[in-house]
Design a protein around this ligand. Structure first.
Ligand code: AMP
Length: 122
């Protein structure tokens, strides 16, 4: 899958579109989701051009992967959900309704009634 250089997160990374930044390291950026689905809804993205997890896995260096996961954990702490708990979601591909073709992790939290993971209905 060719990486779309004009997807919205690529534009945020280039500074063409603003974001509400929470955290950043050499290889990852975290910012508030523009349409929050929970009291805490933050996105963490790698800075490299990876459309999905498969590309991230195939092309990112160990250092980039490590920095990405560090950013996820540190961001959760910074937005105050480390102790209360949070859910990580990475939508991949059509069945998961991935809208932005740049690999990203959602951090959801801040509410107790998130619900258990349930089996999807047909
Ligand atoms: P996904 O369906 O996993 O691809 O989710 C993409 C997410 O990006 C959605 O939750 C959107 O609300 C969010 N989003 C889209 N544009 C922006 C933006 N400019 N700044 C922050 N979040 C955005």
């Amino acid at each position: 899958m060719a990486y779309d250089q004009n997807n919205i997160f690529a534009r945020i990374l280039r500074g063409e579109i603003p974001c509400k930044k929470v955290h950043e390291n050499e290889h990852a950026l975290a910012f508030h989701d523009i349409n929050p689905q929970m009291p805490v809804h933050v996105l963490v993205i790698p800075k490299g051009p990876y459309a999905n997890l498969a590309e991230f896995n195939a092309k990112a260096s160990v250092e980039e992967m490590s920095a990405f996961m560090q950013a996820v954990a540190e961001t959760a702490k910074m937005v105050g959900v480390e102790d209360s708990g949070y859910r990580l979601v990475a939508n991949n591909g059509e069945d998961a309704h991935q809208e932005v073709p740049h690999f990203h992790m959602h951090i959801f939290g801040g509410r107790r009634i998130m619900g258990r993971m349930i089996k999807a209905q047909d």
